[in-house]
Design a protein around this ligand. Structure first.
Ligand code: 0RA
Length: 654
């Protein structure tokens, strides 16, 4: 094989060095999320091979040395030499940013697109990568490394250290990629088994019949070392899984599948007796937490089909208005996946589909399929359950609207004292301002005295605000705690939510580190998730972390935020210390609260992220739902809400 690199190849390699200079631009962060993103990239490539019909199963392994392997039984990565670049397909895929045929649609009809920043980024951010490709009767291997280059006086990333070697003959075909994330790039290099399992489960749901084996060689418990995810029901199984602790309105899960104007569409639907709606959507297997044209099309088609059906059956009379979409979606759980050529992702978190052609395609598809389903006499019971629930929802909505109109005049008088509890700050720059939502009046009092009033506002809340999962919007609005939060933030809620009016760019929840505190935190997060979702997706919501321990020796005082830190502190401080365990925020005086929890110099905050919408949805249901058993199990497993680490990404010291 020729080893004379062309000038363009040198540029390509410099490209990998650039990735290392600014990893955040390619993978979002260098924290736990970014680390896992590397693995998702490699898994995505294998899934693409499956989605396009070349592979059937994937295996993901976490090794003891910190590396991970992803193997598929696809075609194998190409080992022949590219005519212009003079390098093999394997080397191209791992050294060229955006390598491969993904952008000309020849090899792959659909691909993960944006997600696919590609194997080259993983290579650039790894200490080493080993690729095994079985193809055309041979087993080939190639190794890449990132090393300090003495001559260049810098780290050169992802350079091939062996040429592509033919190791043996084989009749097998497929690809295996093993990589070790670089600990000088990532703050955290240990893959979290739970995070990986959850992701693989989701991928398996989205790819019906795909078998994903997960092997964790680091795990001591033999039961957890190996797990296989394979769902013959695909999305329908996914919906049943999301609803497993809820009460469905009917036993079936509606499955709509097909192709419309070049868009491949699958939808699974089931209603429960809840009031909220949970729609998860994906484009080319990438979650779209912010929705977009595919979701709009789905909603429009669904509403139109049901309104037409309700008229045909006489549930809606001539004099009646059509029901609104939200009426038909009350209590819905739906998963919508679409496969689109050239997906355009928009929005702050690139989680919103922008392609305008997708909306009419999904709308007419949904309209036709839902109509066909409803008109099939076999489905009459399901159809009437959906329509009846929607008619009730509409009645309640109308009653609430009337009540709201009556209350509005009165409200104008009532609204003022509601913000009265808020101690606002003096600064006028929303970007710099913070609002602490503090559990309890006494802690609220300390926070007020301890804060820096130039940019910190305090809103004490008393007791537990109501659980929003089971409530309609009018009941939520009637709750004093929520009304003060809404008024203080200034954004409005639901459809009227406007992020531009947000008065505090950091909204920090401060509650005790006990069961009650965890519950209040979950309720507030549920509320933000349901009614002010962009607040979470745009990263404005944080959890304040008060210390759990105060260690004192003479006049030296050190705070510890968890048990691990306590062990470190007591070890380093030597004999003769006293430990105080804080049971609540109320035990700290204003200056302590400032020093440990509020002062940006010292405090630890966790930013709340929608790492996984499905899991957030589930968490919310679990902690709030009406089925008691699973909730009890969950609370005992995750007695400390802070341990739900994929939902909350710990940001560490600011
Ligand atoms: C044929 C052509 C190309 C890639 C592959 C097969 C291939 C890639 C991967 C990644 C994981 N498993 C795989 N199996 C096959 C090159 C064209 C392209 O990059 O899309």
């Amino acid at each position: 094989m020729s080893k004379t690199y062309s000038a363009s190849m040198l540029k390509v390699l410099e490209g990998l060095d650039a990735v290392r200079m600014r990893p955040g631009m390619y993978i979002g962060s260098t924290g736990a999320r970014g680390l896992h993103h590397l693995l998702w990239e490699i898994v995505d490539n294998a899934v693409d091979e499956v989605a396009n019909g070349y592979a059937r199963s994937i295996s993901v392994e976490l090794h003891k040395d910190g590396s991970a392997s992803v193997e598929d039984d696809g075609r194998g990565m190409p080992v022949d030499v590219h005519p212009e670049l003079g390098i093999t397909g394997v080397e191209m895929i791992f050294t060229r940013l955006h390598a491969g045929g993904k952008f000309d649609h020849q090899n792959y009809a659909y691909s993960g697109g944006l997600h696919g920043v590609g194997a080259s980024v993983v290579n650039a951010l790894s200490k080493w990568v080993v690729v095994d490709s079985c193809i055309g009767g041979g087993h080939y291997r190639m190794r890449f490394e990132s090393n300090y280059d003495e001559k260049e006086k810098k780290i050169t990333s992802g350079r091939a250290v062996t040429p592509l070697q033919r190791i043996s003959a084989t009749r097998r075909h497929g690809t295996r990629v093993t990589f070790l994330p670089d600990d000088t790039v990532f703050e955290e290099t240990k893959f979290n088994a739970e995070t990986v399992r959850r992701h693989l489960r989701e991928v398996a749901y989205l790819n019906k019949g795909l078998s994903i084996t997960f092997i964790d060689e680091r795990e001591k418990d033999p039961e957890k070392q190996k797990m296989v995810f394979c769902f013959e029901g695909g999305l329908a199984d996914f919906v049943s899984y999301i609803n497993r602790d809820k009460t469905p309105l009917y036993p079936n899960v509606l499955m709509l599948e097909g192709m419309q104007d070049d868009v491949r569409i699958s939808v699974a639907i089931q209603h429960t007796d809840d009031y909220s709606e949970s729609i998860l959507s994906y484009v080319n297997n990438i979650p779209t937490a912010e929705g977009g044209t595919h979701e709009m099309g789905f909603k429009a088609g669904f509403t139109r089909a049901l309104n037409d059906y309700a008229r045909k059956t006489g549930a809606l009379k001539e004099k009646d208005n059509n029901l609104m979409g939200e009426d038909y979606r009350e209590g819905i759980t739906a998963v919508l996946t679409t496969f689109v050529r050239n997906p355009q992702f928009e929005g702050q978190t690139k989680g919103k589909l922008g392609n305008t052609e997708v909306r009419p395609a999904v709308e007419s598809f949904t309209y036709a399929k839902v109509t066909e389903y409803l008109e099939n006499l076999k489905n009459a019971e399901v159809a009437s359950a959906i329509v009846e629930k929607a008619l009730r929802a509409c009645k309640v909505r109308e009653a609430a609207r009337k009540a709201k109109e009556v209350a509005r005049a009165k409200n104008q008088i009532d609204a003022a004292p509601l913000v009265g509890k808020l101690s606002s700050c003096t600064g006028r720059k929303a970007e710099e301002n913070e609002m602490f939502i503090v559990e309890g009046d006494s802690a609220g009092g300390s926070a007020k005295q301890g804060r820096d009033r130039r940019f910190q506002a305090i809103l004490p809340i008393r007791g537990k605000p109501l659980n929003v999962e089971k409530k309609r919007i009018d009941q939520v609005l009637a709750n004093e705690e929520f009304r003060s939060i809404i008024t203080a933030l200034g954004t409005g809620i639901g459809e009227d939510f406007d992020l531009k009016s947000l008065k505090y760019h950091k909204v920090i929840i401060l509650s005790d580190a006990d069961q009650d505190g965890a519950h209040i935190r979950a309720i507030l997060l549920t509320f933000f998730y349901r009614y002010m979702r962009p607040l979470i997706t745009e990263g404005h919501v944080y959890i304040g972390m008060p210390p759990l321990y105060r260690v004192a020796k003479g006049d030296k005082i050190v705070y510890a935020y968890d048990d691990k830190e306590l062990a470190q502190v007591t070890k380093s401080i030597g004999r003769g210390y006293t430990i105080q365990r804080y049971k609540g925020l109320g035990e700290m005086d204003p200056s302590q609260l400032w020093e440990t929890t509020m002062n940006p110099e010292n405090r630890q905050l966790m930013r709340v992220t929608l790492e996984n919408v499905a899991e957030a949805e589930r968490l919310v249901t679990l902690l709030m739902g009406d089925k008691v058993e699973p909730r009890r199990d969950y609370i005992t497993t995750y007695a400390d809400f802070n341990k739900v680490d994929t939902f909350l990404e710990r940001e560490g010291k600011e």
